[in-house]
Design a protein around this ligand. Structure first.
Ligand code: SF4
Length: 514
């Protein structure tokens, strides 16, 4: 049986290895909970940025909690889930802010609440003494309905500004009913038991609260010891499969090189520029050059093949980049055109030539397949073209089945037949052999993700049944068959109601908080 002190020792070792951890006391306690383990949560810019911003308030101490790495071991230690910094039980804080990034984290959310001794369903938390469960995060840009029954309140879209307002309202509230009544009037705030399955518009934060940037560096994440900062928010393009397209977030906002660079602490040896479209920043070269010339390593969350040139890749190489990762997001020229990705073969070929010229290790190419109009001819075209690329430089290929998302033009499109998708993967393996390192997302789990992303509140019933049934794929299949209703009823109304750009700056909250 795991001993409690072993778990605490592991956490203390992680804390010792962090730079930037905030320890403080204040009248109100907020826990930011990540429903996946530490290694993943600490790579989230949004999670880190809110931790920093909430702790900037004199009245709030904000600490972190994560889904334990080994939940069985944690459960065996018989102690409720607690925060990293002060080991406070999260069931005893004022607010638990949960950041959910993608659909399958719903099980992590249910498990984390169970480990904390908190009822998962909002309907079971009617007493004022339960912490307020506030859910936000990237998933709210797509479809928050499947996790809504677990939330007392949700922030849809950008939380940088709204989270402070919601916290202040909750601290002042005498009872839940009056709090919900006030909070429901805020643009971007969705309260499931008040709004039902009718979503409110997505929120945008004030520009002066941006950019988001991290405060803690740690060696124990995917992005080891890296300072994260966004140089742009949103995207001005319109790829049909992408939730971050311009219709979701009202376009792209860029931050000046001075603002971006001013967030970098002296101790940071590595800097990651994060954003949906980092390379579309008009001064991206200037930002990258400043970071690299300061002797730091650089990383970018997204590279566009059509914007790479010799100088830029030279800077990346100087900044320690060994792999150029680009997305083609369509198997053929025809599919990329339909997906409005606007990346052509000539751009990808040029990227491969730059990898070779600058002595980089490889070109990593991401591809979405399984679009409604796609045929095996498109896959054959891709096999031929990737084969051509691999004669220029080493190529790794990542393949993901299309998962149609809400708030995109592909919303409501069916998930391609699993056998057909698996056949396409076989065609790629047979055609490219061992010359290319091919990694494909599991078709079965992409299907589960599709079911959740197209679902409504009924998916909360599904998720609870799956959790009770062990969480495996067969459990998802059984529960979806038993509990999931048709998606048709909720598909169109969501699109009609959602409009980008509910701006907090146009909203006076002075009469809502003291
Ligand atoms: S795939 Fe990239 S370029 Fe296209 S809309 Fe999404 S973020 Fe923008």
């Amino acid at each position: 049986m795991a001993k409690q002190h072993e778990i605490e020792t592991l956490i203390d070792e992680r804390l010792d290895d962090e730079i930037g951890t905030i320890y403080k006391t204040a009248p109100y306690r907020v826990t930011l909970l990540y429903p996946s383990p530490y290694r993943i949560g600490m790579s989230s810019l949004g999670f880190q940025s809110l931790y920093r911003a909430l702790n900037a308030s004199d009245s709030i101490v904000c600490e972190r909690a994560f889904l334990p790495d080994d939940t069985d071991r944690f459960r065996a230690a018989r102690k409720p889930l607690f925060t990293y910094e002060s080991k406070t039980y999260i069931s005893e804080v004022d607010i638990i802010g949960v950041s959910v990034s993608y659909e399958l984290e719903v099980l992590g959310l249910i498990e984390a609440l169970e480990l904390a001794g908190i009822p998962a369903r909002a309907t079971e938390r009617s007493k004022r003494s339960w912490p307020l469960i506030l859910i936000g995060g990237p998933i709210t840009f797509a479809n928050p309905l499947p996790i809504a029954p677990f939330a007392d309140i949700m922030i849809l879209g950008e939380a940088d500004e709204l989270i402070h307002i919601v916290c202040a309202m909750w601290f002042e509230a005498k009872d839940r009913a009056s709090f919900y009544e006030k909070a429901a009037t805020l643009p971007g705030v969705y309260i499931p038991h008040i709004h039902g399955e009718k979503l409110v518009p997505i929120a945008q934060s004030r520009d002066d609260l941006l950019p988001a940037y991290s405060v803690i560096t740690t060696p124990h994440t995917e992005l080891s010891n890296m300072h994260l900062v966004e140089n742009a928010r949103g995207c001005h393009r319109g790829c049909t499969f992408c939730v971050m397209r311009r219709t979701t977030n009202g376009g792209m906002r860029t931050f000046s090189p001075e603002r971006v660079l001013s967030t970098i602490p002296d101790h940071a040896k590595r800097v990651g520029l994060v954003g949906a479209a980092t390379m579309d920043h008009p001064k991206i070269k200037e930002i990258v050059r400043s970071i690299v010339e300061s002797g730091r390593e650089i990383g970018l969350s997204s590279l566009r093949a059509d914007r790479l040139d010799d100088e830029f890749v030279g800077l990346l190489a100087q900044g320690g980049v060994r792999t150029l990762t680009v997305a083609s997001d369509g198997a053929s020229e025809r599919m990329r055109k339909i997906a409005k990705k606007h990346i052509k073969e000539k751009h990808l070929k040029h990227a491969a030539e730059l990898v070779a010229r600058h002595g980089l290790k490889q070109l990593k190419l991401y591809m979405v397949f399984g679009y409604p109009e796609e045929t095996e001819d498109d896959i054959h075209e891709m096999v031929e073209f990737v084969g051509e690329l691999s004669s220029i430089c080493k190529v790794a290929l990542g393949m993901s089945p299309l998962v149609a998302k809400k708030r995109t033009p592909l919303d409501g499109e069916p998930f391609e037949d699993k056998k057909s998708l698996e056949k396409k993967i076989r065609i790629v393996h047979q055609g490219l052999g061992k010359s290319v390192d091919i990694r494909s997302t599991s078709v079965r789990w992409a299907w589960v993700e599709y079911q959740i992303s197209q679902g409504g509140w009924d998916m909360a019933d599904v998720a609870e049944a799956v959790y009770a049934d062990g969480g495996g794929f067969a459990a998802w299949k059984r529960a979806i068959k038993k509990y999931k209703k048709t998606v048709v009823n909720i598909t169109r109304p969501i699109d009609d109601r959602i409009r980008p750009g509910a701006l907090m700056k146009d909203f006076d909250v002075s009469d809502l908080i003291g």
